[in-house]
Design a protein around this ligand. Structure first.
Ligand SMILES: CC(C)(COP(=O)(O)OP(=O)(O)OC[C@H]1O[C@@H](n2cnc3c(N)ncnc32)[C@H](O)[C@@H]1OP(=O)(O)O)[C@@H](O)C(=O)NCCC(=O)NCCS
Length: 180
């Protein structure tokens, strides 16, 4: 069984296994924000309780039990939980998802969070591959994936179903493989 670290620190961020007390800030900054959910199948969380439920399912309280892990991304300058990083482990592979609040965009913070996770993946974990699908039109996220070491693969027409509108959007598959 693969259990990632509960805490990872970078110069500007603290990634911490998500706790219920992070939910209010994460919801205000990120999960409840419709602009931040534009390319996300889940859509914006309608209420803080949705964020609490996700944190309860995959955060610190269930860390040792499962194969799904969720860190709160905390800005060390204001100590505010303002994003989430998710990892779903399946065998020796993992799927990743991430996001931060719009007030924090454009400063390299998502890249910094992703590099910390990928450092653990590469240096300390037994994982042999990490993958995700990124909306094809979501250029900044595609860029983040490239900067943290994932490689663009197949174009996937209609790969993502946006719950809020029922719209299907194209995606790119992204993957890191230990052997490459
Ligand atoms: C996507 C997201 C994570 C990016 O976070 P961020 O902290 O602003 O990203 P960074 O600053 O680390 O990097 C963004 C990169 O995209 C580039 N970029 C931004 N807008 C761009 C655009 N329209 N076209 C091309 N590149 C763009 C930036 O220049 C930067 O690359 P650079 O460092 O080479 O200049 C953030 O917007 C977010 O959380 N969105 C909501 C959730 C989400 O969509 N998650 C992704 C799910 S796949």
């Amino acid at each position: 069984m693969i259990t990632p670290p509960v805490e990872l620190k970078t110069s500007r961020l603290h990634l911490r296994a998500a706790r219920s007390e992070h939910a209010a800030s994460v919801f205000t900054e990120y999960t409840g924000n419709s602009m931040a959910a534009r390319f996300l199948p889940r859509g914006a969380h309608p209420a803080q309780s949705s964020t609490e439920a996700v944190i309860h399912a995959w955060g610190e309280s269930s860390w040792a039990d499962g194969d799904r892990f969720i860190w709160s991304i905390i800005d060390r300058s204001d100590q505010r939980p303002m994003g989430l990083f998710l990892m779903f482990v399946d065998g020796d592979g993992a799927e990743i998802h991430y996001g931060i609040g719009p007030a924090y965009w454009g400063r390299g913070l998502a890249t910094e969070a992703g590099l910390a996770i990928m450092h653990w993946v590469k240096q300390q974990s037994p994982l042999s591959e990490v993958h995700t699908i990124c909306a094809a039109a979501h250029e900044s996220s595609c860029r983040v994936l490239e900067k943290i070491g994932l490689v663009r693969g197949q174009f996937l027409p209609d790969a993502l179903l946006l719950k809020a509108t029922g719209e299907r959007i194209d995606g790119w598959s992204y993957r890191w493989r230990r052997s490459e």
